[in-house]
Design a protein around this ligand. Structure first.
Ligand code: SAM
Length: 246
């Protein structure tokens, strides 16, 4: 069979593509992309003319996935790209990876830019331990249940967010986690790149004064040792209360 290449592409600045990514995209028989129009622009820029450009996205992945896998089994090499950054990070790529692994197809990473890690390294917050949480769910109760599981971890938290929801999301973070230090990394590697550091309410104020247009990574300081300890104490207390009752 052929191989499945997961090819990292820029998150804005086209100079961030790698030499290897360009070569692999030129050599593969098929390129599968989230948004073929967007990817065509990238390919044109690097003078890459694929034999076949297929779309593979959230809404066609169930039908398109097995079809792409069939081509690979027949011997074609397939490069999967996402709209930006690394495929399989907050996009349907991971489903294709699972299908490929189930068929014994080699899956090969071609590393490249990634929004979350780029934001983390400039954040100034701890990089020693961190949790990538991607996009928060849409419903209030689902958001709350995700944030509850993240609330007492000491590692830095990373979220993706769109301009339409950024203010609402910061509101949820403030409500659940308290007024922690955060970093908004907006439009990374692009012309209007901006890194805003402050408490959640300071960042909300900043958003109030600036248009929220752009793509965001929200980096949130982890729980303090004291918060984590308080949670542990409360848990033990609950446990001993229960024992008392029974
Ligand atoms: N696969 C991508 C990666 O490796 O980073 C992420 C894809 S996800 C569908 C898109 C989200 O990533 C955006 O809504 C935004 O939160 C974040 N993102 C992508 N490009 C960005 C950039 N240049 N600056 C800040 N955030 C970005």
């Amino acid at each position: 069979s052929g191989s499945l290449y997961l090819v990292g592409t820029p998150i804005g600045n086209l100079e961030d593509i790698t030499f290897r990514a360009v070569r692999i995209l030129k050599e593969c028989d098929i390129i599968a992309a989230e948004d073929t129009r967007q990817t065509r622009k990238l390919l044109t820029h690097f003078e890459i003319t694929p034999e076949h450009l297929f779309s593979y996205h959230e809404h066609n992945k169930l039908a398109s996935g097995p079809e792409l896998i069939r081509y690979i089994i027949e011997g074609k090499n397939l490069a999967l790209v996402s709209d930006a950054g690394l495929p399989a990070i907050s996009d349907p790529g991971s489903d294709l990876v699972k299908l490929a692994i189930a068929e014994g197809i080699p899956v090969i990473p071609i590393p490249g830019a990634n929004a979350a890690l780029s934001a983390l390294i400039v954040s100034g917050l701890s990089t020693e331990r961190f949790t990538f949480a991607g996009f928060l769910p849409r419903e209030r109760k689902d958001i709350q249940s995700v944030l509850t599981t993240l609330q007492y971890g000491q590692g830095t938290l990373l979220f993706y967010e769109s301009p339409h929801r950024i203010i609402k999301t910061l509101g949820f973070l403030l409500e659940t986690l308290g007024n922690r230090r955060i970093v908004l990394a907006r439009e990374l590697t692009k012309r209007y790149e901006e890194i805003v550091r402050g408490s959640i309410d300071e960042c909300l104020l900043w958003l109030d004064e600036h248009s929220p247009i752009g793509e965001y990574v929200v980096v949130v300081e982890g729980a303090s040792k004291e918060e984590e300890q308080a949670q542990r104490d409360a848990w033990w207390q609950d446990l001993s209360l229960e024992e008392h009752v029974t």
